[in-house]
Design a protein around this ligand. Structure first.
Ligand SMILES: Cc1ncc(COP(=O)(O)O)c(C=O)c1O
Length: 398
């Protein structure tokens, strides 16, 4: 039978126990949102990640929207964002009236560094968004030192880096806000959508339950009759003298039940993916045409397995085409530099000085790397890559 390897729409398969917990929550959760499963998921996430406060949300983008609001941006404030990332690392800040400034990536690690950020900081920089893209934790100690020296807030987009750590501190715990996604592709997924916001500030933490749930809160006075003057209150205190607006960003109880249980497996899922990534990279060490970022430590969870192809964009395109046509392996190209999208160009953000971002995107290959790749599929993908690289050596000059 011919083996094909899709770039799967889901990152992990569920265990029977995880399926049972979902069924159990479907039967027993009351209410089906904002209940005991959410509480348990948040408590467990705090313990897992080391965060002081954790709030389950509908998805990672909601966490970014909340963080963007809580940065209290004013017109003219600048927010530095890597140009090489998923779009929702950026647009929530644009919606709040900030001017986005694109930061370049380090060509080796494909994430921002204190040096690439320093180049674009100005007196107007209020916020830096750091993205641990592909699952690799950026150099947060150096970035936080730079940001603190200049009084800049930092949002850590750890959507792809759950569980990864730097010197024992897990991704999401270095900055003012930690952002997580449990989208279908991720190493932990709450049935397709889900997210978490982490933070350390107790004052802000008191506001998030209201911010994520329509401003619902109890009345501040004792009532004899629970329905008078209304069933519940709606309010939002000011934060640092600024008005805040609520949303409905809640995550359902069934999703929370699954997330809490799957947290027990994240470290082992990450370790399995890392072992495979390192095996793949090492097996292709005689093919320097493909340049991987090799990190054999828990600093990388290998959410994705990306490489840069030497020898020009034409050769990269030929590689992807041959992998699919001749071997049924569907590689993809990811993270179009954000300044090339019309959404940002229409806001006057179509220009950037990001040579490493441009070069990496124009030469990158992302291999199918879902956790549920079988050993047979994995071996097939490795053999296919080896053969295509051999064939290319005959067709292309080195
Ligand atoms: C780096 C990054 N930031 C933000 C997001 C947004 O997360 P979500 O899809 O849960 O809204 C994602 C993933 O989808 C992501 O990969």
């Amino acid at each position: 039978m011919k083996i094909t390897v899709p770039f799967s729409g889901r990152g992990v398969d569920y265990t029977e126990e995880e399926i049972s917990v979902a069924v159990e929550a479907m039967r027993s959760a009351n209410p089906l949102t904002q209940g005991r499963y959410q509480q348990a998921f948040e408590d467990k996430f705090r313990n897992f990640n080391g965060a002081r406060h954790a709030f389950a949300l509908s998805n990672g983008t909601c966490a970014l929207e909340l963080a963007a609001q809580l940065c209290l941006l004013k017109n003219g404030d600048e927010v530095v964002v890597p140009a090489h990332t998923f779009t929702s690392s950026a647009y929530p800040f644009l919606k709040k009236g900030a001017k986005l400034v694109w930061a370049d990536i380090d060509p080796r690690t494909r994430v921002v560094t204190a040096d690439t950020l320093r180049k674009v900081l100005t007196r107007r920089t209020r916020v830096i968004v750091v993205v641990h893209l592909y699952g690799y934790v950026a150099d947060m100690p150096a970035i936080m030192t730079l940001a603190r020296e200049r009084g800049i807030l930092v949002v850590e987009d750890a959507c792809q880096a759950i569980g990864a750590d730097l010197d024992g501190i897990r991704a999401g715990n270095f900055a003012d806000f930690g952002i997580f996604s449990f989208h279908s592709h991720k190493n932990l997924t709450t049935l397709g959508e889900g997210g978490m916001l982490t933070l350390a500030d107790d004052g802000l933490a008191a506001l998030v339950p209201m911010l994520r749930h329509n401003g619902h809160c109890p009345f501040s006075f004792e009532r004899e009759d629970y329905w008078i003057p209304a069933m519940g209150n709606v309010d939002l205190p000011e934060w640092q003298g600024e008005r805040l607006w609520p949303s409905n960003f809640c995550l359902g109880e069934v999703e929370c039940a699954v997330g809490a249980l799957q947290l027990d497996r994240v470290d082992s899922i990450n370790a399995q993916k890392r072992r495979r990534a390192i095996a793949f990279i090492d097996a292709l060490r005689d093919y320097p045409e493909l340049v991987f970022h090799r990190e054999d430590s828990s600093r990388h969870n290998y959410h994705l397995l990306a490489a840069r192809m030497e020898g020009g964009a034409e050769r990269r395109d030929d590689f992807i085409r041959s992998m699919l046509k001749d071997y049924g392996v569907r590689c993809v190209v990811q993270y179009y530099p954000l300044y090339r999208y019309p959404l940002y160009q229409k806001s006057g953000l179509g220009r950037a000085d990001c040579p490493a971002t441009d070069h990496f995107y124009d030469h990158m290959v992302s291999f199918p790397f879902q956790h549920n790749l079988t050993d047979e599929e994995f071996r097939h993908m490795l053999a296919a890559a080896t053969r295509v690289l051999e064939e290319q050596r005959k067709r292309f000059r080195q």
